[in-house]
Write a protein of this length. Structure first.
Length: 348
């Protein structure tokens, strides 16, 4: 039997759910969105009909593994809709991204799709864009609701609730044979590899992974939290240091993303530790290499951050803006726990 690729599997699922996602998610009312329709929206509708709508996409950093998958999907879907797409690399610098946004505005793009470098800059981005009336689809990094409210009907967010991903990480540990307490002393001792401290996903994954344990009545002890900024090499170095300092006391390694988990795995193996036997390791994103490690027993589990589903929803929201249709304020895409039992579904 032929194995379906992760992308094909997710794409099929996304297509089935896309229409429901565009109508069922909560947010600003249709009447609010309709009341803010302007001549700019009408001109966008004409552009869409001619197959010539121009979409400007700002990605916080091309080097990010997950956002590479996301932008590839997004570009494909937008082009399939007949739009001209330009994607810019913010290089993890907000000033660079701001210049790119200004360039897009000068070019008169029909819609901006923005993965902000800093969510704290989202309001400044809206203030910069709003005089032009250009709609914004924020993706992946969630701005505060007040930011979306300040540009009602012309601004939405497409993403996944990071609290869910953190909760799923904790559940993956609770579903192990020892429920995370490998040495049986009644306490789960762990280290945490964290992403960008300004990123709400990093904050929620850090908080809710542990909350899942404490909500289940488990006693926990954090040995150390490392600020690894999503980076594999940095996480590898920090986990190597942690293993040297804390040794067998470390029972669980939580990583806010798979890139850091892959770095952690290198150090775990180099230290002679065995995942599933004397240590547990979880990540988020379901990158191809991480999923294979789950299948091979080298990672306890990961959490699928559905690039296909999110890119599909972002493309659909963009299309609604181009056509001058009503757009909801939020479009949510669920995470999925990936374990050895279901990992084969997500192998590329």
């Amino acid at each position: 039997m032929k194995m379906i690729s992760r992308r094909d599997f997710l794409k099929a699922s996304a297509v089935v759910g896309a229409t429901a996602a565009m109508t069922a998610c909560g947010g600003s009312s249709s009447s609010t969105a309709a009341s803010t329709a302007s001549s700019a929206a009408a001109s966008s509708t004409a552009a869409s009909a001619a197959g010539s709508a121009n979409i400007g996409v700002c990605i916080y950093q091309f080097a990010d593994n997950f956002m590479t998958l996301y932008r590839t999907d997004l570009e494909e879907y937008l082009k399939d809709m007949g739009y001209s797409v330009t994607i810019m690399d913010g290089k993890n610098d907000q000033n660079t991204q701001t210049e790119q946004i200004n360039t897009f505005l000068q070019q008169g793009v029909d819609v901006l799709v923005i993965n902000p470098v800093q969510t704290t800059s989202a309001q400044t981005i809206v203030d910069t864009v709003s005089p032009s009336g250009t709609p914004i689809v924020f993706i992946n990094r969630e701005p505060d609701k007040s930011v979306l409210d300040s540009y009602a009907g012309k601004c939405c967010y497409v993403g996944a609730d990071a609290r869910q991903s953190g909760t799923y990480q904790g559940q993956l540990i609770l579903e192990t044979e020892t429920q995370g307490d490998i040495n049986g002393d009644g306490k789960i001792t762990y280290i945490m590899c964290k992403g960008d401290p300004e990123n709400i996903d990093a904050q929620y994954r850090t908080e809710y992974s542990i909350k899942a344990l404490t909500d289940a009545g488990k006693e926990v002890e954090c040995l150390y939290e490392y600020l690894d900024n999503w980076d594999q090499t940095t996480a590898q170095q920090d986990v190597a240091n942690a293993l040297s300092q804390y040794g067998d006391k470390i029972e669980v390694v939580f990583c806010n993303n798979d890139a850091m988990a892959l770095g952690a795995l290198q150090s775990i193996q180099q230290a002679g530790r065995t995942v599933g036997k004397d240590i547990y390791l979880v990540g988020v994103d379901a990158l191809a290499e991480a999923v294979q490690d789950v299948l091979d027993g080298n990672m306890t589990g990961t959490v699928l951050n559905d690039d296909v589903g999110q890119a599909t929803a972002a493309a659909d929201a963009t299309k609604l803006y181009v056509e001058g249709s009503a757009v909801e304020q939020y479009y949510w895409v669920d995470y999925v726990k990936v374990t050895k039992d279901n990992a084969s579904q997500y192998v590329k």
